[in-house]
Design a protein around this ligand. Structure first.
Ligand code: UDP
Ligand code: UDP
Length: 466
């Protein structure tokens, strides 16, 4: 049965993600969830995408969900010199923002009428006047932790003095030391800070905020956000996570290839492998990459290591021998599998051979590790990642090394990396907690679970808005 109101109109939701797999993936998982609840979904897709991974995922989603309407949103190219960043994903954030004047004509063709509009957190300011004008309820899908949402909603009041902050005390949530505040927020002229500071004060104007988190993982932050302790009159926060990995994300051809990481994992014993990945958009310095290699030589554990050399996959040119070094590669080969390609992370984390995850703590990776009950050794690099690592450590299923610092601050030596991996892999308490987190994650989205109830409430509200 489709959710519909008394006059028989169905719920129809538009989803509008911004750049990067860390934003697109949770939006597509949300789309799948809504389709499974018989909602109509229109997906507004910024074109061209920054990475190949994004366009491939969109095309797989399109084949799996032909009933979803795709509205390509052709971005007006911008002069990159007018944006204070060299990061291609941030440049795209800004280009999508500046192209939003094209949205009203695009939406004019949408039928049946929309019940709600869910946009990316980086699109609040440009989208808000448009949805207000159309009397269309506006929501965001927040693609990071509830802790980061607390910081995002609370920090704008400190703008004049932000570069001098020693710590940030978020009422009833947490005290964040300066060293964990996303570094770009302390340099307020860059585009990332400008977007957050412009959009943060507008959070109370939204009809709701969807977060890919759940009660058992972040109860304190979620409760404080929803009881007005962080910001009075904040829009209601709907914890609907974990947004569960879906079939359409898998690439069947790659899985069938003989070099597939999943095939290699099949030959390893349970809990014996550490999985090492820094997500979809980080490139580490060559020296740091080689130290990770040295660390993996030192651990007593096998490993599956995903190497990335460039921020954007389209620019990857050099092979593993060049990035890791021929001699080191030779020594590493007998101990583990090293790949330099997109992998099926959910498939890997769900494999029983994997006993731990060295992660940059991008929020999707954290939530996926929770879903599969895998302990984390966090190595946060940029942005919200130290906050996310803190969420993991506080709930007891992972740790992180504060003194390793941000991306580019230090070169962490192999010896230390190897020791930290051994510590994590041998820590039985982390395994027990990770298993508890897995059970809690599944309970949250199951019948009567906290996230399931939040989804029902949300769809119920949208039904009234039809
Ligand atoms: N991912 C993947 N294979 C890869 C690299 C990344 O499936 O080779 C997925 C990962 O599972 C997650 C997303 O890409 O869903 C990355 O998002 P996250 O928030 O963890 O980090 P980001 O890449 O945005 O820094
Ligand atoms: N940076 C980089 N490569 C990376 C990650 C970051 O060159 O893989 C640079 C980035 O361009 C910026 C600086 O490191 O100049 C700080 O990163 P950043 O903190 O982006 O990110 P954020 O706070 O948004 O996540």
């Amino acid at each position: 049965m489709s959710p519909e109101n008394m006059s028989g109109a169905v719920v129809h939701v538009a989803l509008f993600p911004n750049a990067g797999m860390g934003h697109l993936t949770p939006f597509l998982r949300l789309a799948a969830l809504l389709v499974n609840r018989h909602c109509r979904v229109t997906l507004i897709t910024p074109q061209p995408t920054v990475s190949m991974a994004e366009s491939k995922l969109l095309s797989r989603f399109h084949s799996a969900f032909p009933q979803v309407t795709f509205l390509p949103f052709h971005i007006v190219p911008i002069d990159a010199s007018t944006v204070n960043t060299d990061d291609p994903f941030f440049i795209q954030f800004e280009a999508v923002r500046r192209s939003c004047h094209l949205l009203p004509s695009l939406l004019a063709s949408v039928s049946p009428p929309l019940s709600a509009f869910v946009c990316d957190v980086t699109l609040i300011s440009p989208v808000l006047p448009i949805t207000e004008n159309l009397c269309l309820p506006i929501f965001i899908l927040f693609t990071s932790s509830a802790l980061m949402l607390s910081l995002f909603s609370y920090i704008p009041r400190f703008i004049p003095s932000i570069s001098g902050l020693d710590f940030l005390e978020i009422p009833e949530v947490s005290t964040i030391p300066r060293s964990s505040i996303p570094p770009l927020l302390l340099l307020p002229n860059n585009v990332f800070a400008q977007i957050l500071f412009e959009d943060g004060p507008k959070l109370p104007k939204l009809c709701g905020i969807l977060v890919n988190s759940f009660e058992a993982l972040e109860s304190k932050a979620l409760d404080s956000l929803n009881t007005g302790k962080v910001v009075k009159e904040l829009a209601p926060v709907f914890p609907i996570g974990p947004l569960v990995p879906c079939e359409f994300e898998k690439n069947e051809t790659e899985e069938q290839s003989s070099s597939s990481p999943l095939k290699w994992l099949n030959d390893q014993s349970p809990g014996s492998v550490v999985y090492v990945s820094f997500g979809s958009r980080l490139s580490l310095a060559r020296e740091q990459v080689r130290e990770i290699g040295n660390g993996l030589l030192k651990t007593g554990f096998k490993f599956l290591w995903v190497v990335k050399d460039k921020k954007v996959d389209k620019e990857e040119e050099e092979g593993l021998d060049e990035v890791v070094g021929t001699e080191l590669m030779e020594r590493l080969k007998s101990k583990g599998l090293i790949v330099k390609e997109w992998v099926d992370q959910s498939g890997i984390l769900s494999h029983n051979a994997v006993g731990g995850f060295v992660s940059h703590c991008g929020w999707n990776s954290v939530v996926e590790a929770a879903w599969h009950g895998v302990p984390i050794l966090g190595w946060p690099q940029i942005g919200d990642q130290k906050l996310n690592a803190e969420v993991v450590e506080k709930s007891g299923w992972g740790t992180w090394k504060k003194k390793w610092g941000w991306w580019g601050e230090n070169v962490v030596r192999g010896e230390e990396i190897g020791d930290a991996i051994d510590e994590m892999m041998k820590n039985e308490a982390l395994k027990v907690k990770a298993e508890e987190m897995k059970v809690a994650a599944r309970k949250a989205v199951g019948g009567g679970g906290s996230s399931e109830i939040a989804v029902q409430r949300l769809i119920g509200e949208w039904t009234k808005m039809v």
